[in-house]
Design a binder for this molecule. Structure first.
Ligand code: PMP
Length: 467
């Protein structure tokens, strides 16, 4: 809850002037979105298609995308670094993806056991180190549910270790501890649903060891190697290796949730970048470059659970109506071929070089304008923190986020969708160019020239210190 002092700080005249000017300009450029929001509020729950798509004063509604750009319903063009929260690693409407989807018209939307699924599974096993077997499903959430069920069946145990600041989709048992305090994320989650989830700070092997204690009740340790939801802090290879050894010693299944990192921070995901192979891994987002597909993959010994009547464990149930969707499978097969070619051409290096350039450019512009800003970058992803707090998960997640939301809104006014204001998720795609990066940096500078963000961040820091 914001304190009264927070309200006072936000109402400081120089801050209020900045806010009013940015919001007024936003309203004047986006009457079509205002119109859709008014309609949506009477029909679409929450006025959007998901909670994080809302931002104040009203969200943008988008008409179409092409390459690194997206267009809203008013015809405004944006350089798109949100990429629908990550799946569009090949940009909007990539010709190879669109072509693969069109080819499925001769097959139909869905057939049982399409040969495409076989083809696609083979492709995943070729690039993902842990993937001896693959099961396709429809969302990252489903993939995590299945991986955890496999781990429980394999070990005969119930508890799952989840790290603070890590997000693993919408299953009730994991909607907890996205912050450092370990609170439930949103209403409707019962204590029972969370009872088997053990929360642990990330990055400290002694904490994990202490949490596991001497009991034999832990089935799995799950982690997002990017720690994306908690601020994009990434992992150290030594820590991941220590987690790997500890879980192996204790017969605990190690799950890497690679919904964010898969095919993105390296062709083979975090497990190939960090050189640590989990037992199971989950994928979504970039897997099908924008189509609805996810996967759980892993060593045969752990994936055997979904084989009915398999020898080692009692069969684990997993079956989804849309596991066979042909457009998604075709898009994913085309995406993996494209990622492999890009990898051979050195394009991952170029992409990550662009992300580094963007991060360094943003840091330098903020430094030159004396506005506090911390930038995290991992692979082609960035997150910004407008605060003078110590750059650390616990401190930074306590800092107010409204200055950043205002900054992203100001950039939207300049034709840059660096992130949705409520998300702080910045992704580059393979089709972003150096000119896109230069364009973003010049607009970042223009926004800091136009508005007194030093006063905005100062007010937020004061609010934080008195809250
Ligand atoms: N795991 C991670 C690490 C994620 O970031 C997400 C989604 N942002 C999920 C799982 C859930 O994926 P989905 O939204 O496809 O259910």
């Amino acid at each position: 809850m914001p304190s009264t002092n927070a309200k006072v700080a936000r109402a400081a005249p120089e801050v209020e002037n900045v806010r009013r000017a940015i919001v007024q300009r936003y309203r004047s450029r986006t009457p079509g979105s205002a119109h859709y929001y008014a309609r949506a509020s009477e029909a679409l729950a929450g006025g959007t298609t998901g909670n994080l798509r809302f931002f104040e004063p009203y969200p943008l509604y988008f008409a179409s995308g092409s390459g690194s750009h997206v267009q809203d319903v008013d015809g405004n063009q944006y350089v798109d670094c949100f990429l629908c929260n990550g799946p569009l690693l090949l940009g909007h409407r990539h010709p190879r993806i669109m072509g693969a989807i069109r080819q499925q018209e001769d097959i139909g939307s869905i057939v049982v056991n399409p040969p495409l699924a076989v083809d696609m599974a083979e492709r995943v096993t070729r690039v993902v180190p842990c993937a001896q077997r693959v099961r396709f499903l429809n969302s990252g959430t489903e993939a995590v549910i299945t991986a955890v069920r496999l781990a429980r069946a394999y070990t005969g145990r119930t508890k799952v270790v989840k790290f603070l600041g890590h997000y693993h989709g919408q299953d009730d048992q994991f909607l907890v501890g996205l912050d450092a305090a370990g609170t439930a994320f949103g209403a409707g989650i019962t204590a029972n649903a969370r009872a088997d989830t053990l929360l642990c700070p990330y990055g400290d092997i002694d904490s994990l060891q202490a949490l596991l204690g001497s009991s034999d009740s832990t089935a799995a340790v799950i982690l997002d190697p990017a720690m994306h939801a908690g601020g994009l802090w990434g992992s150290s290879p030594e820590y991941l290796q220590a987690v790997r050894e500890l879980t192996r010693r204790r017969n605990i299944v190690l799950i890497f949730d690679e919904v964010i990192t898969g095919f993105r921070i390296a062709l083979g995901g975090a497990q190939s970048l960090y050189g640590v192979t989990p037992d199971l891994a989950t994928f979504g987002k970039a897997l099908a470059a924008g189509e609805k597909l996810a996967a759980v993959a892993g060593h045969e010994e752990f994936m055997r659970g979904v084989v009915p009547g398999g020898p080692a464990v009692t069969a684990v149930f997993q079956s989804g109506t849309y596991n066979d969707g042909t457009a998604a499978l075709a898009a994913a097969a085309a995406a993996i071929s494209e990622y492999r070619e890009l990898d051979r051409q050195g394009a991952y290096r170029t992409l990550i070089g662009r992300a580094r350039k963007l991060a360094a450019g943003i840091r330098e512009i903020f430094r030159s304008k004396a506005v506090p800003c911390h930038v995290n970058q991992l692979g082609p992803m960035l997150q910004l923190f407008l605060t003078n707090a110590e750059p650390h998960f616990e401190t930074i997640t306590r800092a107010p986020t409204w200055p950043l939301a205002l900054f992203y809104l100001a950039l939207i006014n300049e034709g840059i969708l660096l992130s949705l204001p409520t998300s702080n998720h910045i992704y580059l795609s393979f089709v972003h160019t150096d000119a896109d990066i230069d364009g973003i940096l010049s607009k970042v500078a223009a926004v800091l020239d136009a508005y007194d963000f030093a006063a905005v961040v100062r007010a937020a820091c004061e609010e934080n210190s008195v809250a």
